[in-house]
Design a binder for this molecule. Structure first.
Ligand code: NI
Length: 178
């Protein structure tokens, strides 16, 4: 397994639409394992293929991982979702504070559907349907958005988005000055 390079805002790859996976082969399995390792290394709860420079409809998530008292990562329930598709969205919405590995050290509240149903394939091409609510639903909507070139900051008002991007810019300048 290897750690993949993360692409950060404003890399144009993050705004492109990803294509469906057609082959469920060993190459896909290897890529999924690498994505998962990259996600854990960067302490993310989810990662979408475009974030590592691959325009394919693939996401990995582990919404229930935890850090123990010594700060070591305890894996929760890793999931591979290939060609995920949201087939139901509740009218009820929830607000949740989101972050993204491609927009380092920033967070903002985003409105999402409280409940969704997602059809997807696992690494072997087996089809599944899951119903997700609350936090898991938020993580899934965030990651599936990446496959359509949408970032969580695209859901913010222009004012909030600009403020967040200014903070990101400042942070990067500070890092460059060290
Ligand atoms: Ni993200």
């Amino acid at each position: 397994m290897s750690i993949l390079k993360l692409f950060e805002y404003p890399d144009p790859i993050l705004t492109q639409k990803s294509l469906p996976v057609e082959k469920f082969d060993n190459e896909l399995k290897r890529f999924l394992a690498d994505m998962l390792e990259t996600m854990y290394t960067d302490h993310g709860v989810g990662l979408a293929a475009p974030q590592v420079g691959v325009l394919k409809r693939i996401i990995v998530i582990d919404a229930f991982q935890q850090d123990d008292e010594e700060g070591n990562l305890k894996k929760g329930q890793p999931m591979f979702l290939v060609n995920p598709e949201i087939i139901y969205r509740s009218e009820e919405m929830i607000l949740f504070c989101e972050g993204c590995l491609s927009i380092p050290e920033q967070r903002a509240e985003v409105e999402r559907h409280q409940k969704i149903k997602v059809r997807y394939f696992d690494e072997n091409g087996k089809e599944y349907l899951i119903e997700a609510t609350d936090y898991l639903a938020v993580v899934l909507q965030h990651e599936i958005d990446h496959l359509d070139g949408i970032l969580y900051i695209d859901h913010l008002s222009r004012l909030k988005r600009n403020m967040l991007l200014k903070k990101l810019q400042k942070l990067r300048e500070q890092k460059n000055n060290i």
